[in-house]
Write a protein that binds this ligand. Structure first.
Ligand SMILES: Nc1ncnc2c1ncn2[C@@H]1O[C@H](COP(=O)(O)OP(=O)(O)OP(=O)(O)O)[C@@H](O)[C@H]1O
Length: 254
């Protein structure tokens, strides 16, 4: 395997909560190891609440304030703590996040073009908003639209365009095909696959097993349960896994 450009090792995360009006903590990640290599797509799957978005947050320096973290998170050669100020310089430039709700990740009162221009300026991107649109298969007139005027598929593409402005080496996409029809879901998978072909390490969190299976772009699939990764293998091996929890994700419902 090529040298990973993002890696978590023995990652344990406890986040602060309040229960019965008393401060408490809940363990959301438990001894997680994951490596993301250049040029590959990894899928992260698992039941709701098992910790997938928390792992994405740990990889992008966005864990809730006050989280207690054990183990290490290394991105682009830097090992960073939870409140590490270096995250600001890494996010967008070395690691791009396609958030779970792309429609709400843009401000509603400005056009997509204005917002992409600002991201290009801030990150010093070399491509114009029009070139970014071409890159992700968005019609250029989408730049004149306000976020609420974009379809779900267009908003997903716009969120990918914003995430790749500075050509980050790592891209984390949190449920990028939720609420998309199968054709548009395949187009998003193809787009993420093409980013990996151009050298990025891509992590895709998904519940959309049909789209994942059809896309066939994942080198490996990491399966989470209760904050732990319980399997990480290719599609075929996961589907034939002896653990019913893992195999059930790949069993068609009859
Ligand atoms: N800000 C928060 N404060 C306290 N607990 C949280 C917070 N965010 C998430 N959690 C808890 O952390 C655990 C993991 O949540 P996470 O969002 O990572 O799950 P997930 O696997 O992404 O779920 P889904 O597939 O439903 O999006 C859950 O028990 C959740 O209730």
């Amino acid at each position: 395997m090529t040298e990973p450009i993002a890696r978590v090792t023995g990652l344990t995360v406890d986040i602060a909560t309040r229960r019965d009006r008393r401060a408490d903590t809940v363990r959301v990640l438990d001894d997680v190891d994951l490596c993301l290599a250049a040029g590959s797509v990894t899928a992260l799957i698992g039941e709701s609440g098992c910790g997938k978005s928390m792992l994405a947050a740990a990889l992008t320096g966005l864990l809730p304030p006050g989280s207690r973290v054990g183990g290490t998170v290394t991105v682009a050669g830097e090992t960073l703590g939870v409140d590490d100020p270096r995250w600001r310089a890494l996010r967008g430039r070395h690691i791009g996040l396609v958030p779970q709700s792309p429609m709400t990740s843009f401000t509603p009162v400005r056009t997509l073009g204005g917002q992409l221009s600002e991201v290009v300026d801030v990150l010093g991107g070399s491509r114009t908003p029009a070139e970014l649109c071409a890159d992700v298969g968005l019609p250029v007139d989408a730049l004149d639209c306000y976020p609420h005027e974009l379809s779900g598929g267009m908003a997903q593409r716009a969120a990918v365009a914003a995430a790749i402005v500075a050509e980050p080496a790592v891209i984390v996409a949190d449920e990028p095909t939720s609420a998309l029809d199968p054709k548009r879901a395949q187009a998003i998978w193809a787009l993420l696959g093409s980013l990996a072909e151009r050298g990025a390490a891509v992590l895709v969190i998904t519940h959309d097993m049909d789209a994942l299976t059809e896309a066939r772009v994942c080198r490996s699939i990491a399966v989470m349960r209760a904050g732990r990764i319980v399997a990480e293998q290719d599609l075929q091996a996961c589907a034939e896994h002896p653990d019913d929890y893992v195999a059930a994700f790949f069993t068609p419902i009859r």
